[in-house]
Design a protein around this ligand. Structure first.
Ligand SMILES: *Cc1c(COP(=O)(O)O)cnc(C)c1O
Length: 413
């Protein structure tokens, strides 16, 4: 076959300032370029153990079962839900954006009885609203999203763990877009399960999903049967409960593969694991709290700049994620045309929006490797130029000055 029309892959240079994916840290790309090794090579199982230890640091947990699910963030979500939800279980999902609807959809596929509460997009729930719904529904699981990138809002979780304990509810959150850019204290907040993804604040490529399970969640999962194909694994005790419907996402089997039994399940995605290990290593080297402060610094600088440009922002700013900003598209401006000019003429990608916000809001991210001053200044400068080109008047230079003022130096130091 002639391959002349398939030249060597060489993607364009882009600055990814949307809600994810973002540019991977070059050190992560270098880690991924390492040669493959066998899945039971002592070097490989050692790396797997290191990944477990490193992600305990990132999740702020002592949970033994802190590991990767191979697949994008959605794989981690689905593995946790399909392993934890038994048919007929009641689950409660507070929905404040698109990813709440995703949790509902997956829970329904697991044959859960799904109950929701909703607030308008751009808002979050108070703990009282969630407690009231728990009292009314009496769910077995509370499924939350911490940072819903569709609305840029961050749901406060700190008080929900104690509420869940009081009513004997298992507490899960999807922290895909928030982990490492916003505080998440898995153990201190009483979370039973958390899942994440690489291509947001963790600064890597999508393809693995770090998850963590409390001992309580582990025990619930181990009660599920695993006998149909004559499979008995160390993780499964003689449970009476319905079998987990997925083999790939059966966390009992995934635990046996990551645990000392090393029972063969899948072949760990080696290059992706190297990437995930380097992401966690870099985060802990910087210091998790320092990294979160960096996301806040650059997220706020972007916010100040956008406001100084005369643009309106979306949602309740008291509950904004550090790492993504919703910007209302001004009347008379074609939002897609702006994104196209940014991409074609500046190599900068910003995000559009879904559902009710489509065509109304851009989403600009400052996360992971791109939570940096130069990325913020470049993006503000390009956005202002494009808006001026399309006849949206700004006080020229005010946006950059507001960002410089926020950085506190008055110059580009
Ligand atoms: C980006 C995002 C996801 C998407 O995950 P994939 O990696 O695309 O599977 C899930 N949840 C939230 C909250 C997200 O922001």
């Amino acid at each position: 076959m002639a391959t002349a029309q398939y030249p060597q892959i060489n993607p364009p240079q882009r600055l990814l300032m949307g809600p994810g994916p973002i540019n991977a840290d070059p050190r992560v790309l270098r880690a991924m370029a390492s040669q493959l090794i066998g899945q039971y090579d002592p070097a490989m199982t050692h790396y797997m153990n290191e990944v477990m230890a490193l992600y305990r640091g990132v999740f702020r947990t002592e949970n033994r079962w802190t590991m990767l699910v191979d697949g994008t963030s959605r794989a981690g979500i689905e593995a946790l839900l399909v392993s934890a939800i038994r048919p007929g279980d009641k689950v409660l999902v507070p929905v404040f954006g698109r990813f709440g609807h995703l949790l509902c959809e997956i829970a329904r596929r697991c044959r859960a009885e799904v109950h929701t509460i909703e607030v308008p997009w751009g808002e979050v729930f108070t703990p009282d609203q969630i407690e009231d719904a728990i009292k009314r529904v009496r769910p077995r699981l509370l499924l939350t999203v911490q940072g819903d990138t569709s609305t840029t809002m961050l749901q406060p979780l700190a008080e929900l763990g104690a509420i869940c304990r009081r009513y004997d509810v298992l507490f899960y959150t999807d922290a895909t877009a928030s982990l490492a850019g916003n505080a998440l204290e898995c153990d201190a907040w009483g979370l039973d399960a958390v899942s994440a993804g690489m291509q947001k604040c963790l600064g890597g490529p999508s393809g693995t999903s770090p998850i963590t399970l409390s001992a309580r969640m582990e025990a619930e999962i181990r009660r599920r049967k695993c006998v149909e194909a004559g499979i008995r694994t160390a993780a499964h005790q003689d449970g009476e409960e319905e079998m987990i419907y997925s083999n790939y996402f059966d966390l009992g089997m995934v635990m046996d593969y990551w645990g000392p039994e090393r029972l063969n399940h899948h072949t760990e995605a080696t290059s992706a694991l190297f990437a995930a290990r380097e992401c966690a290593r870099l985060i802990l080297e910087e210091g998790l709290d320092n990294g979160i402060a960096r996301h806040k610094l650059h997220g706020d600088a972007l916010l100040k700049g956008v406001q100084a440009m005369g643009l309106e922002t979306f949602g309740d700013l008291r509950h904004k994620m550090n790492n993504v900003l919703g910007v209302v598209i001004p009347t008379g401006i074609d939002g897609d045309r702006v994104r196209q000019l940014l991409l074609n003429d500046f190599g900068i990608e910003i995000g559009t929006s879904f559902g009710p916000l489509h065509g109304k809001v851009w989403r600009i991210g400052t996360m992971g490797y791109n939570a940096r001053k130069d990325c913020v200044m470049t993006t503000l400068s390009a956005l202002e130029s494009v808006l001026n080109h399309l006849k949206f008047a700004t006080t020229q230079g005010a946006a950059l000055q507001a960002a410089w003022d926020h950085y506190g130096s008055g110059d580009a130091a």
